[in-house]
Design a protein around this ligand. Sequence first.
Ligand SMILES: NC(=O)c1ccc[n+]([C@@H]2O[C@H](COP(=O)([O-])OP(=O)(O)OC[C@H]3O[C@@H](n4cnc5c(N)ncnc54)[C@H](OP(=O)(O)O)[C@@H]3O)[C@@H](O)[C@H]2O)c1
Length: 212
Amino acid sequence: MDVLLIGATGGTGAHLLRLLLADGHQVRAMVRREEQADEVRAAGATPVLADLEGELDDAVAGVDAVCFCAGSGSSTGPDKTLLVDLHGAVRTVDACRAHGVRRYLMLSSMAAGAPERGPEAIRHYLAAKHAADRILMDSGLDWTVVRPGGLTDDDPTGRVAVGVPHLGERGSIPRADVAAVMAACLEDPRTHGAVFELVSGDVPVAEVAAQV
Ligand SMILES: NC(=O)c1ccc[n+]([C@@H]2O[C@H](COP(=O)([O-])OP(=O)(O)OC[C@H]3O[C@@H](n4cnc5c(N)ncnc54)[C@H](OP(=O)(O)O)[C@@H]3O)[C@@H](O)[C@H]2O)c1
């Protein structure tokens, strides 16, 4: 598949970049700076210079699938949450519809299903994720929404717990395991129209698609 990876330089995105290339996909990696372009090119991807706050058509046109792993992060304010996590994500969905890209994998967040019940300090972030997810779900695309708990940089375990659509309690998961689940979902039609929460657990990554 030709895949546009948004957030390819991020913690989870960098894992997913390696996995997609290892699976034989042609990856177009969205980067914001020239030096990042050299890095993803060296890894085997084709860089595309773009910003979620700017022009997106050239990045999206011509791929088979989009994987969204970007996020404004905790070092920026709520303005960037709105512009990147919400408006940026929505504009990539619009660009997919405009350019006939059917497959869309969204990396969202645990508790985005009910932001009003999430921790107060991140409720605005959860609301942004919630709204972007809802617009993707109503888009008519072949979507999958993955909502992990707290992300860590621990080594992957290859085993997760899946909650469809919710898990009973909060938890954490290595970014590498989240990326492995996304890579496994990409070409599996059983995950089309699926939204699920994800933390570390006992289920092998290869069995996630059967559970969602
Ligand atoms: N942290 C958690 O515990 C947690 C929990 C659940 C879900 N999530 C979500 O999981 C996703 C991945 O998180 P992560 O911690 O792995 O990511 P990360 O390391 O924070 O990386 C974020 C990525 O988004 C890119 N990005 C930021 N603003 C952008 C813009 N305007 N245009 C294009 N790209 C932009 C960054 O590019 P640059 O390299 O150029 O900055 C980077 O590649 C995010 O959506 C996050 O909200 C996080």
